[in-house]
Design a protein around this ligand. Structure first.
Ligand code: ADE
Length: 323
């Protein structure tokens, strides 16, 4: 490929395979907002071969971020064009033509972000047995008509949590095979579709790997410090192994049902803490087995961390054991 990582080449702008007419898009409510970007729920007429309206999510820049945020959005568009995996958010189209702002249209994940989903599930009453905050009984029940149903609330079982971790590692193993580095893996950037299906999202900071397996970040952008690997904090080095470190933090977020990592630790202090060997302690609700995985993901030497493929295998086994 001869496109730049920012992806603003004229080739990109002329790319019309994904073009979707603006006038077939009806904006509804705001789903999320960052410093520079916004995501809206919308109805799209006749998108993706569907007749009638489909619910979609539309990503746009807020126009206050300048060129680099616009480039993040183009970069995300170019990444999404290349990927196709059940656990990675699916691109449906884009509005790139003059006469309006640049929009990326992706599938709508109706359960929202994994972080908010985990936090919502806290209020539903848990079983505290087995040092677990999540309910241990089976969430399936027989309805009046005799059908086997899943309880229609967000109470989660331990198996649900392991399944989230497993699906995330599957999506990430695919991305790392594609030589794509996410660089902002966190539960706020992971979405949940119907049936508790994980959709890795928010590729704004992601970059293609062009040389070796190291991307050297050249400009200072927003930095998700508490999810960043020690070498990313130190030298702006990003690899699939730094994504593995972030996954370790994601696993911590999952086990704590959406807590904020390193509570009470100031961002400025984190690097020195990590360098001195400090790591987050085992959450009360966490098994030794899961904590061991976190600790492996946070090994100082990236080469000593497991790969996403290794992790898929581990969660595969844990799912079988928890079945
Ligand atoms: N929030 C951000 N992106 C979203 C999406 N694709 N679906 C649902 N909520 C979202």
């Amino acid at each position: 490929t001869n496109e730049t990582s920012a992806g603003c080449s004229s080739k990109t702008l002329r790319d019309t395979r994904w073009e979707f007419p603006r006038d077939k898009l009806i904006m509804e409510e705001k789903l999320g907002e960052g410093e520079f970007g916004r995501v809206m729920r919308a109805q799209a007429w006749g998108i993706n071969g569907h007749k009638g309206y489909s619910t979609v999510a539309v990503k746009m820049s807020k126009g206050n971020g300048g060129l680099s945020e616009q480039q993040d959005l183009y970069s995300e568009f170019n990444m999404l064009k290349e990927v196709s995996h059940p656990n990675v958010i699916k691109l449906l189209g884009a509005c790139t033509q003059k006469g309006g702002p640049f929009y990326i249209i992706v599938e709508y994940a109706e359960l929202g972000s994994l972080r908010s989903f985990l936090r919502k599930s806290r209020s539903l009453g848990f079983e505290f047995s087995d040092s677990s905050m999540v309910q241990v009984e089976n969430p399936m029940y027989l309805s009046d008509s005799g059908d086997l149903c899943r309880r229609n609330d967000t109470r989660l079982t331990k198996r649900d949590l392991i399944s989230f971790a497993w699906q995330i590692t599957k999506g990430m193993a695919y991305l790392s095979d594609m030589k794509l580095i996410h660089r902002d893996l966190a539960t706020r950037n992971i979405l949940l579709a119907a049936g508790n299906v994980i959709k890795i999202s928010d590729f704004g900071l992601s970059r293609d790997v062009y040389e070796g397996d190291t991307y050297l970040k050249k400009t200072k952008g927003r930095v998700p410090v508490k999810w960043m690997a020690i070498e990313s904090l130190e030298d702006h080095v990003y690899t699939s192994k730094s994504d593995v470190w972030s996954f370790g933090v994601v696993l911590w977020e999952i086990v704590t049902l959406g807590a904020s990592p390193y509570p009470g630790v100031e961002l400025e202090r984190l690097y020195n803490l990590l360098k001195s060997g400090y790591r987050m302690e085992k959450p009360k609700t966490c098994s030794d087995q899961l904590y061991h995985i976190m600790i492996m993901c946070w090994r100082e030497n990236p080469y000593n961390r497991p790969s996403f493929k290794d992790l898929v295998h581990r969660f595969d086994i844990m799912l079988q054991e928890t079945a």
